[in-house]
Design a protein around this ligand. Structure first.
Ligand code: B3K
Ligand code: ZN
Length: 876
């Protein structure tokens, strides 16, 4: 397949004003009658053939304005419908197609999940239901009639509002008609038919309209839907308050399904969710699960304005809806929970996924310029870096101007398909400022690297900061230009308080924001008569890497005194990272690890600071992950040495701080009933980090403590945390707890996923064999994406030592599974294959083995487009 290019964009030749669908559901022979009101696009270049997309369709009949079309007048096959000479003016096209939902293992288009019918149309699934111009700039008003066997599918849901329902007499079948008055692209189409239980409430909008909210789940699971429903209400209220956005239909339905390629989908008025992001009870979901559910429910709801009312002109603009909506859900979670803790968690994700992507062969700009398979671009770069770019706009412009820009965006583009240029123009206009330089963030891949040096003249009272920026080369972009970077700065004085920032020639620095624009810049501050430590990139104001001339004394000072909580956390991470990287080198050279009392001292003072929230302290105590260390090292990576260095540091912390950790562990015990709120979750998080560090040295007493917590836990958070700690210790307690867990939750696939994932992440040489055995476990299935991600995804993405076994067997195993999966579900296969994206950064032995595996996969003649794209770019 040849690549698709942004520069080739042309408006559609034909527009669709209305779509009437008549869908007769049947397990193997579902029939779809589509009636499209078409007209030539006045913005196109004149008379053009009608070319409609299709994918694995069986055409049954074609009529134009009610008359059957002679066979010679069109060509219809599985992949499309072409009418070379359509009528010159508006006309009505009616097409009947047949599809087999039970055979749809790709989970794109209309398929069956646990016997229920559901759809997934983004990005290009609608063409698997009927012929259509499957592109987001064709927006139409949809009316959908769904008919099904009443016993098989008592619940029938569509987009928009319900307008009619009834029986089809004498057939055992019934129907429902749904109408969505808001024009939408076909990727937002959805329908559901099945046996489902429901959890409902009514929401009153800011203007006083009543909206019926419902969460539909598999029979018997309605008692686990309440948290999601409450999160939906909070999201709706927040969008009114924070962005002035009101909901627009009479109903909002959410349906949870067990087989789903990603997290959830924002179909207009009918969100379809992976049940992992809906179902929760204290016994089955962890605090992290509750937080994810709240965030994903919010994310999909927020798409109603950023994505649905205003959609993307083409798929290159994907970040227009995704980056912006991630930004919005992050802000929502920050308001519902702890803002600093949320920021730290988000930056961990950004660095762990997006920075890694950006440093390897799959790097691409936030707005790509070319793709072969769009489903491979639902990436950390488009989503997470896309959100950072929106946050930088806010930082540059200030909150009021940012809000004015958003208001302008909604006013100007409502009901339309927009571009990034149009989005950014709203902020340029609202702030009366030029954002053309800023646009580079959308077009240029790679993580900028800043080098900061300082010179302080205490007598003269001046501080000079020299800041240089470099953006490393990425595939297709060998040479980069400097970016416009909002860098929030504080200067922390000896008493821990910020010294006022007065920039020579510019005066006071508004909101502490320095704006970098050049390869190298000098910032001179006056009135700095006391020694100060610069606190750089506060709140992680820009998604960059920073090398600053801060010594470990400076970092310890910031860890204890910085008024910016993010940078307090960052200082500890930087300290730990420096120690770890030093020890990795020592280990590789055959030496013994060095111990650093300074880090432990900094940790002890954070632990002892009673004013800090427990969730924050838990984040500080969580030292950089193996992935973090590998990324910071960047080349010639030896996962085994990294594991050993990290393990040694965790043991040292666990030993040195044992008495404090134990006191805290006991003090933080929660005797009341479980509640998933952020404060309680934070106490559990800290307590469980204490447990894990106490056990790190491997003392039998601490392992027994974990075993006891596992056995006594009354909630999944504490049970799972204890099991996670036990999983790191090759003991009888570990195997006993794993066996108990499997038995206890045998009927609960989402919980068994945790059990699969945990075992796949055990950093022992026996893990590969264990995972191979688990493939044959009755609860495992290659057909369910959650099972695949839990067992195979965790092994490939989160078990650094065992996926990267020196003998290459981890690579071979994963590649073999990917090839098996590819025939069934290419999207899931391609996603799993991205585990190889950092192969070039490995030490030479592993690098050669990874390359050989990639080449073996690439040589396979029948790869899906999805997988071929990932493999070829990885090798490129
Ligand atoms: N928009 C969907 C993702 C669709 C992925 C298509 N491969 C979910 C979301 O981002 O909200
Ligand atoms: Zn989204």
């Amino acid at each position: 397949a040849r690549p698709i290019r942004l520069s080739d964009y042309r408006p559609p030749d034909w527009l669709v004003d209305t779509v009437h669908l008549d869908v007769a559901l049947h397990p193997n022979r579902t029939r779809i009658k589509a009636r499209l009101a078409l007209r030539p696009n006045p913005a196109a270049r004149g008379p053009a053939p009608l070319v409609l997309d299709g994918d694995e369709l069986t055409p049954l009949s074609v009529t134009i304005d009610g008359a059957a079309l002679p066979e010679a007048a069109y060509a219809a096959g599985p992949d499309g419908l072409t009418i070379p000479q359509p009528p010159p003016g508006p006309f009505v096209l009616e097409v009947e197609t047949e599809i087999d939902p039970s055979a749809n293992t790709k989970l794109m288009g209309l398929y069956r999940s646990s016997g229920n019918y559901c759809t997934q149309c983004e990005a290009e699934g609608f063409r698997r239901i009927t012929y259509f111009p499957d592109r987001p700039d064709v927006m139409a008003v949809y009316t959908t009639r769904i008919e099904a066997d009443r016993d098989e599918a008592p619940v029938l849901l569509g987009n928009g509002n319900l307008v009619e329902r009834g029986d089809v007499p004498g057939t055992g079948r019934h129907f429902a008609v749904w109408h969505d008055p808001f024009p939408k692209p076909c990727y937002l189409f959805a329908l559901v038919g099945g046996r489902l239980d429901v959890c409902r409430t009514t929401f009153t909008t800011m203007s006083g309209r009543a909206v019926e909210l419902a969460v539909y789940v598999e029979p018997g699971k309605a008692d686990r839907a309440g948290y999601a429903l409450a999160a939906l209400e909070r999201s709706m209220r927040w969008d009114e308050e924070a962005f002035g956005r009101e909901y627009d239909l009479d109903v909002f339905n959410i349906v949870a399904v067990a087989d789903f390629n990603m997290g959830a989908m924002e179909n207009k008025g009918l969100n379809i969710f992976n049940d992992k992001y809906v179902l929760a009870s204290p016994e089955t979901a962890t605090d992290a699960d509750f937080a994810h559910i709240e965030a994903v429910i919010a994310h999909e709801y927020f798409h109603n304005w950023t994505g649905n009312r205003i959609t993307c002109r083409d798929w290159f603009q994907l970040c227009l809806k995704e980056g912006l909506t991630v930004f919005r859900d992050q802000e929502f979670s920050s308001d519902m929970r702890s803002r600093p803790v949320k920021r730290i968690a988000d930056v961990r994700v950004l660095r762990g996924h997006q920075f890694v992507e950006d440093a390897g062969p799959l790097a691409h700009p936030v707005r790509p310029e070319t793709y072969r398979e769009i489903n491979n671009f639902y990436t950390a770069t488009v989503y997470e870096k896309g959100a950072e770019v929106v946050r930088m706009l806010k930082t540059l412009l200030g909150p009021e101007t940012f809000r004015a820009g958003m208001d302008l965006y909604f006013a100007r583009h409502d009901g339309r398909a927009a571009t990034i240029e149009e989005f950014v123009a709203c902020f340029a206009d609202a702030g009366d400022t030029d954002l053309s330089h800023f646009m580079l963030w959308y077009g240029q891949a790679g993580t900028p690297e800043l080098a900061v040096t300082r010179r302080h003249d205490a007598q003269g009272g001046t501080l000079v900061l020299d800041i240089a920026q470099v953006v490393p080369p990425t595939p297709g972009q060998p040479v980069k230009s400097p970016l416009q970077i909002p860098l929030v700065l504080g200067l922390v004085g000896p008493d821990g308080r910020d010294v006022p920032l007065v920039r020579r020639g510019h005066g006071p620095v508004e909101r502490g924001v320095l704006v970098l624009r050049k390869p190298a810049e000098r910032f001179v501050f006056d009135g700095i008569t006391v020694p100060v430590v610069p606190s750089l990139n506060r709140g992680f104001s820009a998604p960059v890497k920073i090398k600053a001339d801060l010594g470990s004394d400076d970092l310890r000072f910031l860890a204890i005194h910085d008024s910016d909580p993010f940078n307090r956390w960052q200082a500890v991470q930087t300290l730990a990272s420096e120690i770890l990287i030093g020890n990795v080198a020592v280990i590789r050279a055959g030496g013994g690890v060095r111990h650093d009392g300074g880090l432990v001292h900094a940790l002890a003072s954070v632990l002892g600071d009673e004013r800090l929230e427990p969730a924050f302290v838990a984040q500080v105590l969580s030292i950089p992950s193996e992935g973090d260390i590998a990324r910071d090292i960047g080349r010639d990576v030896d996962p085994e040495a990294i594991f050993n260095a990290r393990h040694a540091l965790r043991r040292a912390i666990g030993n040195d701080l044992a008495p404090t950790l134990r006191v805290l562990y006991d003090r933080l015990r929660d005797d009341g009933p479980y509640s998933p709120d952020a404060a309680s979750a934070g106490r559990r998080a800290l307590r469980n980090v204490c447990l894990d560090l106490l056990a790190a040295p491997g003392h039998a007493g601490a392992v027994a403590l974990a075993a006891a917590q596992y056995a006594e836990a009354d909630n999944m958070t504490d049970r799972m945390a204890a099991l996670g700690t036990l999983s790191l210790h090759d003991t009888a307690e570990r195997e006993a707890a794993l066996a108990d867990f499997a038995e206890r939750f045998r009927d609960d696939p989402l919980v068994i996923d945790k059990w699969f994932a945990l075992q796949a992440m055990i950093p022992d040489p026996g893990t590969l064999a264990r995972v191979e055995r688990l493939i044959d476990h009755p609860a495992f299935s290659l057909g369910n994406p959650n099972r695949v991600r839990a067992l195979l995804g965790s092994f490939a993405q989160a078990n650094h030592t065992q996926f990267n076994r020196a003998d290459g067997k981890g690579y071979d195993f994963v590649a073999g599974m990917v090839l098996t999966l590819d025939g069934r579900n290419p999207q899931v296969a391609a996603r799993l294959m991205t585990a190889f994206r950092s192969w070039r950064a490995l030490e030479s032995g592993r690098r050669d083995k990874a390359r050989a595996t990639l080449e073996r996969v690439a040589a396979n003649p029948s790869l899906s487009r999805d997988l071929a794209d990932i493999v070829e770019r990885s090798l490129g």
